[in-house]
Ligand binder design. Structure first.
Ligand code: BGC
Length: 895
């Protein structure tokens, strides 16, 4: 059957609040038949009056994504429906169900005023001396209410005197807001999200038609610190984007009689504080029942005792529409287990390490205080352990009863990274129910694989869970300690991320934010959005705030997005940023050398200009032997490798840059980067590879990078492989690689005739290895290979970091056997490694054209290989030394 799947507009399912005047449409196609392509398509778009605003007509084309709208100009505040008919080359026909999208202010018709509570906020007393934070001298405060400010409640009434045809609300904030209309919550969690606020502030659109009453209506909002003024990032320092919260709201009311009215945030709003003593993303909330009347959000409430708001002129130039799926509750764990620890603690076990919050229904008595503290691990005896250290990392929500009652409590302005919740102040008898909501940006899952090896399957589940937990608004390093957009983490993980989920819109938006953050000198900060407090963790005395492997994300991520999704726009949109970054690196290499210029011979000086080898770099971050040697201090891994890793990465990025320039048809530039790459490789070999093929720091990661980036001259390559093999052997057959080299470790071995060794690392269960964590009961990927040490010691590491999950991509490609031959997987190669030591594997990847499936089974007497490709896609299958051509539909091979 010829079918349409996943119709999307701007990469989203039924997006609301677009400010794009030319939205783009996409769909995917499936069939059972071989050799089918799309012959033509026809898209139709209707407005609310069912008037056809665009009929593409029959377009003879195989195109199925990024088809731009080309009809009469779209209008603001309008709901459009669209559908597509696709006809195949055999005349089969498929029609999509009706989809919709809505437009926001297309012409910038913002009329509201920014309003601010006139709350006098507590002065910042946060510690800025990072050595104190690093050494555990600064811990979370016992009484956060002494330093945190309460969220504010804002309200105003407005009147409706005639029938409403449709009504839209637009809202955004400095801070995070919950918007209510006549007591009903209408906003999305954690809105407006986390972006580079000064340049990009997302505005949410809500359809409020059904929430309005004839007569008086009430708008109520609770405004909390969120990322804007909260204690965020590694440092836990507040006020990173401003020193007070503010709110912006515009309601557009369209009446049946054709008239139109706008209600806005303005001086008619009043504010007060209420049930929350504080509500911070990292610290948690302190909620005191009944501090505010439950009627505060209804039209008949008298707010004369509330205070007047201040009107501010923050402007609307940074307002952005919806460009990515919002944060939603992705799943609910309905029956977490209750545990009693040996110490007698009551602990709720979610059964998996997740990101979100509990919703609890409980009976309490006046004065009773219930405390919920969240953590990722228990100690080796099964007692509660707070693994996250640092400033303002409480992850603790407190509910205080002011009367005997039964309540439903769900935190609203915070979330946690946790598996366990220590529950204090209440017994299970008084807990009616507890559920756990898992929160994240609502991304489509696009890939999966399962094999005959249960541990590998669980590894894949853990990778996906870590991805989910770390894709909340931005790609983060971890969801508890920092929640920061560390560029290096996402860079190494992008290929795996693309296999697992549709991250195109999500990462494109983040890259847009990255473009805003680029410095005039071309540097791309290590963390996006960056924070003022980043300066305390730069390990650098000067203005160097970027580094190899991290800032390189600005080019490596667009390159992989292009490879996986086949959309050249991602290279076009980011090219200027990439080019400026490459110029910066080239200039650094040319002008800055480890030793004074006079020390070098002319020949050495000539090659130094191609070596990027100065300043601080995170290097091969967290390679395990250095972490062990430095007793957990991650900086040693950086210190040891910071001269060589940037030099190797520069070879990698110059090679990718020549490919990017070629893809964009910039021939001269492509030639420049090819020549640069040759010079870098020559200089690297001369400077850092000795006559025995050894490198100055004899560790696995450097050999991996040097082999992977072609830094070995042909006559020494086998020496490099030999050193890498020996290092693995002398490490008891275990890996010893950090963030930047791990993604390449298995491929390097595989491509250099050492595939058995590659698989032995993959299937290894002793520490350090991927499956070690799985055997320890991990449900996510750990930041450190030995987060739980073999003797059972729990370290203060994060238990939810996707970086080492970068192995996922190797499994998809080598065991599943799927490779793109053309950007976007229109042409593919399927070449599973049947000798990978497994009996079967099943892979599914929902590409931009549709679902690609590979399923292989090794049986006693041969092999079964089943392949299914979407319409328009064709490729080559390699099976037992033969190549076969395959097209759409199902194809089976048996040997
Ligand atoms: C983060 C990392 C990050 C690193 C920089 C850490 O604290 O958690 O994942 O990339 O700092 O090296």
């Amino acid at each position: 059957m010829y079918q349409i799947h996943d119709p999307k507009c701007n990469g989203m399912k039924n997006p609301v609040g677009l400010i794009d005047k030319l939205p783009r449409f996409s769909w995917k196609l499936s069939t059972d038949l071989n050799d089918l392509k799309q012959q033509n398509y026809r898209i139709r778009v209707q407005n609310e009056q069912k008037t056809l605003v665009w009929d593409s007509g029959t377009v003879e084309s195989t195109a199925v994504f990024d088809i731009p709208y080309n009809g009469s100009p779209l209008c603001s505040h309008t709901d459009y429906t669209w559908s597509v008919i696709s006809v195949a080359t055999n005349s089969d026909k498929a029609t999509s169900p009706h989809q919709y999208f809505s437009t926001a202010m297309l012409e910038g018709e913002w009329k509201a005023q920014w309003i601010e509570p006139t709350l006098s906020r507590k002065p910042l007393t946060d510690c800025t001396e990072m050595w104190k934070v690093f050494t555990g001298m600064v811990t979370s405060l016992e009484h956060p209410e002494e330093v945190l400010d309460p969220p504010v409640y804002l309200r105003r009434n407005f009147t409706i005197s005639k029938p409403v045809a449709k009504a839209k609300a637009y809202a955004t904030a400095h801070g995070i807001y919950e918007l209510q209309l006549n007591g009903k919550v209408i906003s999305a969690p954690l809105a407006p999200g986390y972006t580079v606020y000064k340049d990009y502030l997302a505005v949410q659109q809500y359809d409020i038609t059904a929430c309005l009453n004839r007569g008086t209506n009430c708008i109520g909002t609770i405004l909390a610190d969120g990322w804007y003024t909260g204690k965020i990032g590694f440092t836990g320092i507040g006020n990173q984007y401003g020193d007070t919260t503010a709110f912006y709201l515009q309601l557009e009311l369209f009446y049946n009689d054709g008239t139109h009215e706008t209600i806005t945030s303005d001086e008619q709003f009043r504010w007060t504080t209420g049930n929350y003593a504080y509500a911070d993303l990292f610290v948690g909330e302190r909620y005191i029942q009944d501090k505010i009347s439950s009627k505060w959000n209804s039209a008949d409430f008298d707010d004369r005792s509330w205070q007047k708001v201040a009107v501010k002129n923050y402007g609307t130039a940074n307002f952005a529409g919806q460009e990515c799926e919002p944060v939603r509750v992705l799943r609910t764990i309905s029956k977490p287990a209750f545990l009693n620890s040996p110490k007698g603690e009551l602990i709720v076990d979610a059964g998996e390490n997740i990101v979100g919050y509990p919703r609890i229904t409980m009976h309490g008595k006046v004065g009773q205080t219930v405390k919920l503290t969240h953590s990722e691990v228990l100690d080796r005896d099964g007692n509660f352990l707070m693994n996250i250290m640092g400033q303002h990392k409480n992850q603790c929500d407190i509910f205080i009863f002011t009367r005997d009652s039964m309540v439903n409590y769900t935190p609203c302005f915070t979330f946690h990274g946790f598996r366990y919740i220590k529950v204090e102040g209440i017994s299970t008898d008084n807990i009616e129910s507890i559920e756990i909501d898992i929160l994240g940006t609502d991304l489509d899952h696009s890939g999966s694989f399962s094999t005959s090896c249960d541990l590998i399957n669980r590894l894949q589940e853990n990778i996906v869970r870590s991805q989910s937990g770390n894709m909340l608004e931005i790609p983060t390093d971890c969801p508890q300690r920092e929640r920061a957009g560390w560029t290096g983490d996402m860079q190494v993980y992008t290929p795996t991320a693309c296999f697992n989920m549709d991250v195109y819109a999500f990462l494109s938006r983040w890259l847009k934010n990255m473009r805003y953050e680029q410095l005039p000198d071309g540097q791309v900060p290590n963390i996006i959005p960056s924070m003022e407090s980043d300066k305390y963790i730069h390990f650098s005395q000067n203005k160097h705030i970027s580094c190899a492997g991290w800032s390189d994300a600005c080019m490596i991520i667009p390159w992989f997005l292009y490879q996986y999704y086949g959309k050249i726009e991602v290279l076009v949109d980011n090219f200027d940023m990439i080019h400026r970054w490459m110029d910066y690196v080239e200039n650094q290499a040319r002008t800055s050398h480890p030793k004074a210029a006079g020390v070098y011979s002319p020949e050495e000086l000539e090659r130094q200009q191609y070596l990027w080898n100065t300043e601080f770099h995170f290097g091969d971050w967290l390679y395990p032997s250095a972490v062990k040697e430095a007793e957990g201090n991650p900086i040693l891994s950086a210190e040891r490798t910071k001269e060589y890793v940037p030099a190797a990465m520069f070879a990698y990025t110059s090679r990718l840059m020549s490919k990017i320039c070629t893809a964009l048809n910039k021939k001269e530039l492509a030639a420049h980067y090819r020549a640069l790459n040759n010079n870098i490789r020559r200089a690297f070999a001369a400077e850092y590879i000795d006559s025995d093929g050894k490198m100055p720091v004899h560790i696995q990661g450097l050999y991996v990078l040097a082999l992977q980036f072609d830094l070995y001259p042909a006559n020494k390559k086998s020496m490099g492989i030999k050193h890498l093999k020996e290092l693995i052997a002398s490490n008891n057959g275990s890996l010893d690689t950090g963030f930047l080299s791990t993604p390449f470790l298995l491929d390097t071995l595989y491509e250099n005739g050492e595939k058995e060794l590659a698989y032995s690392l993959l299937y290894r269960e002793t520490c350090p290895s991927w499956l070690y964590a799985v055997t320890q009961g991990a449900t996510t990927i750990w930041e450190s290979w030995a987060a739980i040490q073999p003797d059972g010691t729990r370290t203060n590491s994060s238990y939810n970091h996707f970086a080492f999950g970068s192995i996922g991509d190797f499994i998809y490609r080598r065991i599943g056997g799927l490779f793109p031959l053309e950007a976007g997987f229109r042409q593919i190669k399927i070449s599973p490694d049947f000798d990978c030591g497994l009996a079967h594997a099943r892979l599914s990847y929902n590409s931009n054209y549709g679902k690609i499936e590979v399923n292989w089974h090794k049986k006693a007497k041969g092999l079964l290989l089943e392949i299914s490709l979407p319409v328009n896609v064709s490729g080559i299958v390699e099976c037992n030394g033969q190549s076969y051509e395959v097209t759409s539909g199902k194809t089976t091979f048996t040997t």
